[in-house]
Design a protein around this ligand. Structure first.
Ligand code: NAP
Length: 252
């Protein structure tokens, strides 16, 4: 039987990279996407190969749905050429950016950018890729703890993530007939480049946020990568339409 194939958006860095590496370690082949950082993306291909799986990386802007048709076509070719497959098994809608702006200062441009990348993108990308997804496949939408608890400066971002969580439930209902499960993973605060890397690089911010987490530290990319790999293992097959927060117990 062919190895499973996971499509992960935003796999060049941060959480998406860690998901790719943890899935590769359990024998899943990877189609990752990058937006602008091709060199980083190609490093992830090598790291996947070191773990005994195979990977390709495709360019994608999840904020521009006009490119999704061409992406689906590139994906179809890549699946055939690299994995001898006409379909794939898992989709992780992960790509994203952070913008910190108070509600009173948030511009329409910032709002539109966040909605396009985090909500409209996953909505129409999933729609476009469904014909390439195998029946019995799985979709994970990456949300954020900020859709449950509130931190000033993230209203537009959190509104977009809240929309993704509603989308998860609707997709789970509508795609059940094909045996496709759909769930939300909502990470708490994690040390990545996200939002300029402040959580990782600013000790005061890091310490303040760690104090909000029951396990006493902020998250690391591997905390999310291994959770995603667990969800996409055999044991996750009956979990459907759920929102699972992976935060070490933040703001509980
Ligand atoms: P990151 O380290 O900044 O990585 C972002 C990834 O998304 C990169 O692969 C980047 O590609 C890609 N990307 C950015 N803009 C894109 C666009 N317009 N189209 C396509 N790809 C794009 O961020 P991260 O921390 O891994 O975040 C991943 C996801 O987790 C996001 O959805 C974020 O909202 C969510 N999240 C993060 C945290 C956290 O604390 N880090 C917490 C909760 C939720 P390039 O490398 O090519 O730029």
């Amino acid at each position: 039987m062919n190895a499973k194939v996971a499509v992960i958006t935003g796999a060049s860095r941060g959480l998406g990279r860690s998901m790719a590496l943890h899935l590769a370690a359990q024998g899943v082949n990877i189609v990752g996407t990058f937006h602008s950082k091709e060199t980083e993306a190609m490093s992830v291909v090598r790291e996947v190969e070191e773990r005994g799986a195979r990977a390709i990386m495709l360019q994608l802007d999840t904020g521009d749905s006009r490119g999704f048709e061409a992406f689906a076509s590139a994906l179809s070719s890549g699946l055939q050429q690299t994995f001898d497959r006409s379909d794939f098994d898992y989709l992780v809608n992960n790509a994203g950016i952070g913008i910190n702006a108070a509600f009173t200062e948030t511009t329409e441009e910032q709002f539109d950018q966040l909605i396009k990348i985090h909500l409209k993108g996953p909505y129409f990308l999933t729609q476009k890729l469904l014909p390439l997804m195998t029946d019995g496949g799985r979709i994970l939408n990456i949300s954020s703890g900020l859709a449950r608890f509130t931190l000033p400066g993230y209203s537009a971002y959190a509104v977009a993530k809240g929309g993704v969580e509603v989308l998860t439930r609707y997709l789970a209902k509508e795609l059940g007939a094909r045996g496709i499960t759909v769930n939300t993973i909502a990470p708490g605060v994690i040390e990545t480049d996200f939002g300029g890397g402040a959580v990782r690089d600013n000790p005061e911010v890091n310490k303040m946020l760690a104090s909000t987490i029951a396990l006493g530290r902020v998250g690391l990319p591997d905390d999310i990568g291994r959770a995603v790999a667990a969800m996409l293992s055999d044991g996750g097959g009956w979990i459907n339409g759920e929102r699972i927060e992976v935060s070490g117990g933040q703001n509980i």
